[in-house]
Design a protein around this ligand. Structure first.
Ligand code: NAP
Ligand code: HSE
Length: 432
């Protein structure tokens, strides 16, 4: 007869993900006992507002506003941090690890900024810190990096790492919803961060890229190392013009080693419609890992949302309490190497560049003259758009520095109707 072990879980946060997790633990009690031999008991759930209606969860869970209430349980086995934000969440995770409690979190913000310290803390205190849900929700990419691919030599990690922005771009591209309504729907669906500016500014994707790159390349990195642009600058016209060139627009996070340096960025990219990333739509995410032995590995699936994320959190809890996953982060998370970052002068890409203007003569000549002076070579140029003039240029490979300089100069022209913009065109990494 299978012995069922009682496991005490302290739940910090009972919002979109926390409440889905609590529901799963209750609904699947028998399955969890049968497969893992444990019964998970959520003793207390920390929330801001204990008066809030919680869709029947109040009958099953005891809520508190006091962190101490959760920690005072001497039997506490696992602390699950699903608060979001930085300060309180970081303090709670540290408190858990310092007390030798195992911690599961989905908080990429604290992991990207403080992950190295938290991994050290877990290691020193002999407890586990697991965070599969922090990157691409239930797509098991971190576990793959930690376990199956632990010894691989990777040279590139590329992905669509934010469900909210991918959802918004997909809605805009299909002509279903404009930007603002698509964002509101993403929030309603529980995809967006509590502060959605983290999603649309590209920061959330940058946080995830830091976590992935640390594991894949065994390097020390922070979000400040990653030049980051979001999707607020992508208009319906850009999506139409991209389609004219056989491309779609995706917010990509790219980190690759080239000439002994790390090139990393988060930015909207033009992606050819035949490329795998072009078919990753709505809140789906995709990650491509490129390594010496494994070649290209594609991971794709739901990248945000209550249930997929809660499923990944539950998986981490069960792997810790059953001891099936070596979560003590001794591998690829400690003693990280420093790697020089490629400068804007060293980072090259082809670009889509758009200048919107009030119709008048010699516009094209002025634009191409500026590009030429900045060292940006034109590959293809077209005048597009109804009513308002647009010069859309696809460049030959140019440095990020040259493109930034040309954008600054173009912005000085007096016939513009919008600030000029440039998005990289995604080419398969040519790394070494
Ligand atoms: P959420 O819906 O805003 O829930 C946050 C929960 O934490 C709420 O229950 C809130 O209490 C509580 N809380 C926040 N700050 C608190 C504080 N200072 N003191 C006490 N309670 C506090 O957020 P979520 O979408 O579930 O996200 C939780 C975490 O998972 C975040 O780190 C997020 O980045 C990550 N994540 C989310 C997704 C997703 O698809 N949503 C996917 C992957 C990872 P009240 O209920 O009283 O407001
Ligand atoms: N807000 C995040 C996203 C949640 O949209 O991808 C998943 O990490």
């Amino acid at each position: 007869v299978l012995q069922i072990r009682e496991v005490t879980v302290g739940l910090l946060g009972c919002g979109v993900v926390g409440s889905a997790l609590a529901e799963l633990i209750h609904a699947e009690e028998k399955e969890i006992a049968a497969s893992a031999g444990v019964k998970l008991n959520i003793t207390k759930a920390l929330v801001r507002d204990t008066e809030k209606d919680r869709n029947g969860l109040k009958k099953k869970l005891s809520f508190t506003k006091e962190l101490e209430e959760v920690f005072k349980d001497k039997e506490l086995d696992v602390v699950v941090e699903l608060l979001g934000g930085e300060e309180t969440a970081l303090a709670a995770v540290k408190k858990g690890l310092e007390a030798g409690r195992n911690v599961v979190t989905a908080n990429k913000l604290i992991l990207s900024a403080h992950g190295e310290e938290l991994n050290q803390l877990a290691n020193r205190n002999g407890c586990s810190l697991a965070y599969e849900a922090s990157v691409a929700s239930c797509i098991p990419v971190l576990q793959s990096l930690d376990v199956t691919l632990a010894a691989e030599n990777f040279h590139a990690v590329t992905g669509i790492l934010n469900g909210t922005t991918n959802f918004i771009l997909s809605q805009m591209e299909r002509g279903n919803l404009p930007y603002g309504e698509a964002l509101a729907l993403a929030q309603q669906k529980g995809l967006a961060e509590t502060d959605p500016s983290l999603d649309v500014s590209g920061q959330d994707a940058a946080h995830k890229l830091v976590i992935l790159a640390r594991k894949a390349f065994n390097i020390s990195l922070t979000p400040a190392d990653i030049p980051t642009a979001g999707i607020t600058n992508v208009s319906a016209e850009d999506l139409r013009f991209a389609a004219h060139f056989g491309c779609t627009v995706k917010l990509l996070a790219v980190a690759r080693k080239r000439n002994g340096k790390l090139e990393a960025r988060v930015a909207p990219h033009l992606v050819p419609t035949g490329h795998t990333f072009a078919s990753i739509n709505d809140e789906s995410n995709a990650v491509v890992l490129e390594g010496e032995a494994v070649g290209k590995l594609l991971f794709a699936g739901p990248g945000a949302g209550a249930l997929p994320t809660a499923r990944a959190v539950l998986g981490d809890i069960l792997s810790i309490v059953t001891g099936e996953r070596a979560c003590i982060p001794g591998r690829k998370a400690l003693n990280l190497a420093k790697i020089p970052l490629a400068s804007p002068e060293e980072t090259r890409s082809r670009y889509y560049l758009r200048v919107a203007f009030n119709d008048q003569p010699h516009v094209l000549a002025q634009v191409t003259c500026i590009l030429d002076a900045c060292g940006v070579e034109v590959h293809r140029v077209e005048a597009l758009g109804l009513g308002q003039g647009n010069i859309v240029i696809l460049t030959h490979p140019a440095t990020e520095a040259a493109v930034s300089a040309s954008l600054a100069e173009l912005a000085e022209l007096d016939f513009l109707t919008e600030r000029p913009k440039a998005f990289p065109i995604f080419d398969e990494p040519q790394s070494n």
